[in-house]
Structures are given as structure tokens and as C-alpha cells.
Design a protein around this ligand. Sequence first.
Ligand code: XIL
Length: 490
Amino acid sequence: MSVRTRRLPQPRRAQRALFATAAATASAVTLATLLLAGQAGAANTSLKSAAEAKGVYFGTALTQSNLSNSTLTSVASSQFDMVTPGNEMKWDTTEPSNGSYNFAPGDQIVTYAQSSGMRVRGHNLVWHSQLPSWVSSLPANQVQAAMESHITTEATHYKGKVYSWDVVNEPFNDDGTLRQDVFYTAMGSGYIADALRTAHAADPNAKLYLNDYNIEGENAKSNAMYSLVQSLKSQGVPIDGVGFESHFILGQVPTTMAANMQRFAALGVNVAVTELDDRIQLPASSANLAQQASDFATVVNDCLTVSGCVGVSQWGVGDADSWIPGAFSGYGAATMYDGNYQPKPAYNAVVAALGGSTSTSSPTPTPSASASPSASPSPSATGAAGPCKVADSVSAWNTGMTENITITNTGSSTINGWSLRFTLPTGQTVTSAWNTTITPATGPVTSTNLSYNGTLAPGAAITIGFQANQTGNASAPGSFTLNGSTCSRG
Ligand code: XIL
């Protein structure tokens, strides 16, 4: 990733400061709740309190049947502050036959969310899938009226109860052409603007999104979505955001994700990670889980890097609830919680990426104090560890800054435990770090791996970062050494 220096816009900084104050109280309450609940792997910081301190939300999908699982709901309400109904607001549930509506399942999720202090992402109003056959078999000249009635009735029913709507879900093919579904066939590409305008008329305060998969990186499909959003904005069509589903395969989070989301934000829309999961070919090894932790942290850091990114939602609370095993044969283990709702390494990595801490991700002992082979070896003991590359990006504001540092193993052997050394420019003092421990806080510092990201296979990359106070010099360090070897930049 190229070096980018960016000032956070004032409202976002103010919003983050506000959340930070609220979150200080909230996290204490959450900790007490978790300890009272006696939950194994109790965290010092919940996902939602850490996210709120950064000015973003952390959500999950939930289905109606999930609500009767009290283990699940206690994790959901203590960790997440946004809910997306997994299926209950889709057309096949809400209007199974023409003009007859069923909002009971969706209402149950809204009631649960409200009673747990969570907001709701409405999902979704128009989609080619989970669409009742009466719609797909309508004569072309009746499709627009059916679509508009459906949107108006559903968005009116949930008016004031949803934060946002995925108005059109998955409109594109992977090659960037529009999907030839019943809506496109009847109305052409204009159905998307019509759907957005209809939703806006029904609920003017809901944030209106287009949501799709395989648009996370820069590619033909995301280029097409970008052009569509640009065109809708230029015509004054009400569009507030783009949802990046983010159903990833282990180790394949696109390296262009932050830059891609940033270009959408620059069009004047919000962006959100809406359905995050990271599927692993089963059985999952501990190395797989470590890679998954790195993948999740990368996605969260990508969102935090983009000032228009409002939040991240995982698709399902835990591995037991995930759609992955049913949809992708042989794959699973795609969420931050295992089948028993115990947090996996990805959970700790996400809390750390959000600037929080967990009881299970305590810092790896410093190299000199540890005899563990997985701890960072000192340069004198091992010599140069092999080539490495460092890319960093800084976001600065008047007295503060964040810096994300991506370390790539460009050598041919695996790095087991690492220490990254660099000198902070004068006036910079580290106040928190993610995915690493940094000591001391100023001057020449050593950044060491945590338990879950010490292993770096050839070609693998991890992102670490820190927040610092600064007194006018927010530049990046001049050079980095990894286990004693100077890293290339880029
Ligand atoms: C999935 C649900 O999780 C499953 O229960 C259902 O069988 C199929 O749909 N993209 C979306 C979501 O926008 O609505 C999908 O949810 C997953 C892919």
C-alpha cells in the first residue's frame, strides 16, 4: 500500500472523541457483565466498546432461531452493537405472496435489538435471491409496481427502527455487468435509482445502501459499482452508502481494500463491511486460525483507515451459526467464535486492532526476558532474519496520529517471532498499539509480535499499528529493521 497522509475530517474526530468518553464507561460496564456472566475467555474490552471508542460500530447477523439460544444472545448483546437480520427481512419472508406481508420474524429481531441497545441494518429490499416465484414470474409490465409496493410497505413498516437499508443487494455480475434478474429485465438499469428513490420516500432518515460481494478490492466489479455510485450521486439519487460483504477465503483479503473503500468514500458515501467471514478448508489448523486472526485484523484496520467507514459486521455470531458450511462444501470455521461461542484468535486480533485489550492476548514477553522459541529472537542470537518489506500509512490531526505498518516476509523461510525496530520522530509518543506491543513509547522503539501473529510464512504480510500524540512532526520513521535486518520500503 502506498504511503498516504490524511487528516481526519473534523466531524469524525469529534465523533470519535465523543464515543471514547462514552466507551470508557461502557467498557467498564461490559467487563462487569462478562465477569458476572462467568463467560470463559472473558474480555477486558468488548468488540462494541472498542469499536465505539474508534467511532465505528461492530455488528453481527442474527436469525430468528438464534434468539432462542441464550448462550448466543448473551455473546451477541455483550459484544455487538448492530444487528443485521440474516433472512427475516428478505422478500420471500416479508411478502411471500402478492400483497400479503409477514413482518413477524423481522419484528422479533428488531425487538431483541432494541432491548439490547443495538441498532439494525435492514437487509434487504430488492435482491434476485430469496425472491418468491410470484415476483420472478410477473409479466414485465407489472414488475416495477410490485417492486415499489414492496419497498414502500416494508420501509414504512420499519420506519424509524432501522439505521440503514440494503436497498438493492448484489446487483452486479463479477465482470461488472448488471445481473440480468427480473428487475433489470423489466426496467433496465434504472431500477436501482427507482428503488433508492422509493425507499427514501418511505423512510427519509434511513441510510440507503447498495451491497455486494467481490467488490472489496479494486477489480471490474468494484469499478462498475464505483461508476454506478458516481452516476447516481451526479443525478441526485438518494444513496448514502456502499456495503462490502467481505465473504473472504483464508489469506485472500485483497490488498487494495482500504484504497478501494477510500475511493468510494471520496464520492461522498459511507462505506461498511457488511457480512464479514473468512472461510477455512476444514479441519482448521492453528496456523489457519492465526492467519484468520491476521485477516480479520486487516479488514478492521482497513475500515479504520477510511474516514467514511462506519462499521464492520460479521455474518453470524459464531461458527455454529455461519452459512459457510452449507454454502461452500468443505469450508467452515469462518467467524471469530468457535462452535461453543469461545473467542478464537481472530476475536483477540480484532479487539487489538480496535485499540482494546483481551485477557488472552497479553503481550508476548520481551526477547531478553523470554526463553520461548516462539518469542522474538534477538538480532545477536540469530543474525539477519532475511529480507522484509515495510509499508506504512499515517493519518494525522492537530495533536495526534495513527500509523499502520504492513510487514511482508519477502524471504524464503518462515519467520518465527519478530521484533521490528524503528525510531519515532521527535515529539511522537505512542498511546496505544494494535497487533503488537511497542516499548518504550518514544525514541528508538521495539515492536514485538503478539501470540497470534508471530509466524510469518514466506510472502505473508501482517499489519500492525499504533496511535500516538505528536507535536507537529507526524512523519513516519526513516527506517525499520526486522530481527536485525533492514527492511525495504514500499
Ligand atoms: C445467506 C443466509 O445467511 C443464509 O441463511 C441463506 O440461506 C442464504 O443467504 N449475501 C447476502 C446474505 O447478502 O443475505 C446471504 O445470507 C449471504 C450472501
